[in-house]
Design a binder for this molecule. Structure first.
Ligand code: ZN
Ligand code: MN
Length: 477
């Protein structure tokens, strides 16, 4: 039988606010343990939580970016459970009456092409503290700095059909919400500002039933998510083919072993006894405020790709590259505006091949658009070769205020189109490679490329390749 994989993801994203969700403590990552705490986030008796307006704003932007309906009235609720990193004994979250529901995220599946993954809900909540099992021998240590930091939880419908698709969805989610576009979060899995829990089940291909699923946790990278889901899918396939029943369970991914293992505790037995948070009134958002936030959203990757494709005649594969971040898209457009109409492809090549290779992070280009265009203009005018342009650009990273033309001059990269100099190099080359010349004359015309290369070498890359071609052809006649 052919089996189909069904995956849904729950993603927790830490919002980039200065302070925590319900108190004024700093939400900064990496401070010394237990230095950013107060009676509210430690759950001391009598302390009262007050929602953080900026956190609500960032959550609303995320919801609109994911095409969700944002509800003008939502309810905070207590999610009760016991764990040492949860000082109150409950987490303030949202249950019935979440902030937003019913969105979709468009992404490209490696198997199926463009897909839309439906978003079931997006709600606000606070984070728990962090337990350390390896700091104090024989004991568990807890850091409450993270306790009360604002999160959104984004729950997808089970619309993903493979581990690779799950990874593609996460990459787009990070692109939209992370520093490249909305910047509501760092979306850094290693630092825990984006965390993923995955539900996976299998079913006969073509069926629409939802079978018993398992939950996979403890992944700390996108590739970890793909590996963990691949391992869990394989485990379920083997069990099912053997006639065993899949048991609902929570599994932890062990990245070192590449395996998923059942947790010791039976987490499924949890009853969170949700009830509305008595200390916080319903969150009521003015329609005008919501409308302003929706209006102020930046252009998102999918819209940018579509626009760049039609305005600059780029292919989908090309538009993906220059829309990686909003800033890269702006850079491409700034350069294309200088290069003139119809130069989209030329500028794309320039950005993707010459400029992005200078980038440390693969996204931000260390040469401003002005000098980058001056360099392109030198190539267009035949002053320097494309190869020499790479050296000019690399030099511009070090000397951003030196004009590109001056750098080309200083590095001796200005092309020689002077015919007598080129004819001299051609003559020397033909003498040095008499054997190849004889073979060329006997019909091995593909040796032309070799001979052009030799002349260019003699000129130390300074000869204009077009002039070399012409001079060589003439000399060989
Ligand atoms: Zn606090
Ligand atoms: Mn949650």
């Amino acid at each position: 039988m052919t089996w189909e994989t069904v995956v849904g993801l729950e993603v927790h994203v830490q919002l980039l606010t200065r302070t925590k969700m319900f108190c004024g403590c700093s939400a900064r990552f990496g401070d010394p343990p237990n230095t950013n705490v107060c009676p509210v986030c430690l759950g001391l008796p009598g302390a009262l939580p007050v929602p953080n307006e900026q956190a609500v704003r960032l959550a609303v932007r995320a919801a609109y970016a994911l095409g969700c309906t944002v509800h003008p009235r939502s309810i905070f609720a207590r999610k009760n459970y016991f764990y040492p990193d949860l000082p109150k004994g409950y987490q303030i979250s949202q249950f019935e009456g979440p902030l937003a529901t019913g969105g979709a995220l468009a992404c490209v599946s490696p198997d199926r092409g463009p897909i839309a993954v439906r978003i079931k809900r997006l709600h606000l909540e606070e984070d728990a503290g962090k337990s350390f099992h390896d700091r104090v021998p024989g004991k568990t240590a807890v850091d409450f700095n993270r306790s009360g930091v604002p999160l959104i939880e984004i729950v997808s419908e089970p619309d993903l059909r493979s581990p690779a698709e799950a990874r593609a969805y996460l990459a787009v989610l990070k692109q939209v919400l992370g520093p490249g576009y909305l910047a509501i979060s760092n979306c850094n899995m290693e630092e825990g500002s984006l965390r993923v829990d995955a539900n996976l089940s299998i079913r006969p291909a073509g069926s629409s039933e939802l079978r018993t699923r398992t939950e996979v946790k403890n992944m700390n990278s996108f590739s970890g998510v793909e590996h963990a889901l691949t391992a869990e899918r394989a485990r379920q396939l083997v069990a099912t083919e053997r006639g065993e029943e899949i048991v609902q369970a929570t599994l932890l991914f062990d990245a070192a072993a590449g395996e998923v293992r059942p947790t010791r505790t039976k987490e499924e037995a949890h009853d969170y006894r949700y009830f509305p948070e008595p200390d916080i009134p319903p969150l009521v958002l003015a329609e005008a405020w919501l409308a302003r936030e929706k209006q102020a959203l930046p252009e998102l990757p999918a819209a940018k790709r579509a626009r760049l494709e039609s305005a600059f005649k780029l292919s989908p594969a090309e538009s993906v590259v220059v829309s990686a971040t909003a800033a890269l898209g702006d850079y491409f457009e700034a350069l294309a505006a200088r290069a003139g109409s119809g130069a989209g492809k030329e500028v794309w090549n320039w950005v993707a091949n010459d400029l992005l290779s200078l980038s440390r992070d693969g996204e931000s280009i260390p040469v401003p658009a002005g000098p980058a265009f001056e360099t392109l203009a030198l190539v267009r005018g035949g002053t320097i070769s494309r190869q020499a342009a790479k050296r000019v650009l690399a030099e511009l990273v070090q000397h951003p205020s030196e004009p590109a033309a001056a750098i080309a001059e200083r590095l001796g990269l200005v092309q020689v189109s002077d015919t007598s100099a080129i004819e001299g190099w051609v003559r020397e080359t033909l003498e040095a490679h008499a054997a190849e010349v004889a073979r060329y004359k006997a019909g091995e015309t593909r040796l032309m490329g070799f001979l052009v290369g030799q002349v260019m070498k003699r000129s130390q890359g300074k000869a204009d390749p077009k002039a070399v071609n012409a001079a060589l052809s003439q000399a060989l006649e």
